[in-house]
Design a protein around this ligand. Sequence first.
Ligand code: FAD
Length: 345
Amino acid sequence: DKTKETKEKEELPPELQQYKGVWVFIEQVQNEVAPVSWELLGEGKKIANDLDIELSGIVLGFDAHDIAHEAISYGAEKVYLIDDPVVKNYRTRPYTEALVKLVNKYKPEIILLGATTLGRDLAGAVATELETGLTADCTILEVDHATRHLQQTRPAFGGNIMATILCKKHRPQMATVRPRVMEMPKQDRSKSGEVIEEEVHFDENNIKTEVLKIIEETKKAIYLDKADIIVAGGRGVGDKEGFELIKELADVLGGTVGASRAAVDAGWIPVEHQVGQTGTTVRPKLYIAAGISGAIQHLVGMERSDTIVAINNDSDASIFDVATYGIKGDLFEVLPPLIEEFKKE
Ligand code: FAD
């Protein structure tokens, strides 16, 4: 309704109406970019086009010019780069200071960051300094054309409802977005854009943390969010030994093992394998779910997979609602012949 729309538009004080542009924070750790940053450039492009504003990337690092140019190849029209040894490694203080300075100078309307450990820490600190709102862990972003509000949707109340949150009276509007939820855009190295180098004069005396040493992870990390093939087991797998069958199929397919929370809680498989709301969000090419019922908290973490194959002995199981292919049957009868067949390939 028009009166409501006009009223809502008026709610934004005139000084905040000058905020324009979508910014995506390009997260790097040791000059390796977190893929969620590229996913956000893809999503940011849609929002920027919708609102007819510019899409920019923000790169903080050292020796990071290549990253800035890569951001252009993923769709950024401009990249603001702070290339300084002080921001080589992530530390909350200098990163916050730098980002806040850039925001105060250029006044972006929207800032998106990945809901990673780093992104969550930085977003909270920046939003606090800017005294603006922040929605964490979004899974859907949409634009309301009339009011220019970003509709930030995220699971709430244990995943039982989806809450849409608006930042009505402050700018910029800030959101962190879960990795692998948004589609990865195609890279195009022929794209052109502008890299704008910014300088911030940091005072190391005011920075209370120092990176002394970077210790590489020794145990083989489980990169569920990067896997193209996931074979996941749930309570239906029965016990720890049952998971050997899941592992065997994953091995034969060159995939990674996933699990429902029920299987993790039962102690059959470590928590790093958990897929879902409180686990990892995945988007593989193939997701095989064996003995998983399809509770909403599991589905939010895997329903965007390209192809879903569900194996369950209960034809009413909710997992069949999101499955591309459903096999009704006992997983202990279905999986062994599948493993044998794939071994032949
Ligand atoms: P069940 O729901 O018990 O399903 C087992 C399925 O196996 C059944 O459908 C059954 O028909 C089938 N089955 C049994 N035997 C066989 C057989 N021999 N062959 C074939 N099929 C068989 N869950 C997650 O997975 N990830 C999360 O991140 C997560 N976060 C949560 C957060 C909160 C706040 C809450 C409240 C819950 C969360 N849960 C999460 C738990 C979720 O609600 C479910 O309890 C859980 O996903 C159920 O796991 P499941 O499907 O393995 O078990």
